[in-house]
Design a binder for this molecule. Sequence first.
Ligand code: NAD
Length: 280
Amino acid sequence: MDGKAVAAKVRSEVAVRAKEFASKYGRRPGLAVVQVGQDAASTVYVRNKRKSSIEAEIESFAHDLPATTTQAELLELVQGLNRNPRVDGILVQMPLPKGLDSDAIMDAVDPAKDVDGFHPTNTGLLAQKRPRLRPCTPFGVIRLAKEYGIDLTGLRATVVGASNIVGRPMALELLLARSTVTVCHTGTRDLESEVSRADVVVAAVGKAGFVPGAWIKPGAAVFDVGINRTAEGKLVGDVEYSKAAERAGWITPVPGGLGPMTIAMLLSNAVDAAFRRANV
Ligand code: NAD
């Protein structure tokens, strides 16, 4: 599955909707991207998000704070963005430097502007089958499946990883799509059997080549969320790609899979948030 191509399609749809918003409301949708400190990977992600926003006709508000920022200072910034009528979406790039409480920061973002979909209100709405702003990476998996005509209804789906930002919301998305869902984590006893009977595998562990290709059921759809840098500086996923690709019916590469899809869904969320706020 070509995440880059589908992401480009999503971004061009977003640009059309953003222009429509601008002609109706006299301003572009606004997305604030906040970075605290200078983690190298985060700097690359933040730069991409800002650049893609502008290309998608979204106004980008950049806030770069030093690593010495206090919890109170960051909270004050978030509260200011919550009140700013030109800001429709707020993204605080994770991870935050040590000493800052990321849960408290996520809780402080207005759920109507929570384009990452990490606020408990948005996670809760997804859990209750009434999604509003949906976590970008899992939403990207669902969109890719749709683009490739994969009907998730009734399929056996195994998610490897149970984090708040990927694994758990992924399981909720798959449930919403009417798959039969298994979630694996460090407590799982027999990972191989959980993966090898799955029609859909989502890997979100953060360990290079963690899922052996030999575990993939022939014909399965494999979504590799992992982004890992090898000793040689290469980016690889959580799935042993070359072997898995021989067995899978569909598979996402790394890079060029869920990475670009995640950014595209973020922009889509920003425009959705703008329209919803304007209509309230
Ligand atoms: P995390 O570290 O928060 O969670 C990892 C999960 O994997 C945990 O639930 C843990 O229980 C599980 N796990 C770890 N070891 C395991 C084992 N031996 N057996 C079974 N389960 C095990 O990570 P995360 O934030 O969910 O991210 C996962 C990966 O996805 C990372 O590589 C991250 O960089 C990547 N990521 C990519 C995107 C994207 O845009 N494509 C977005 C977010 C995260």
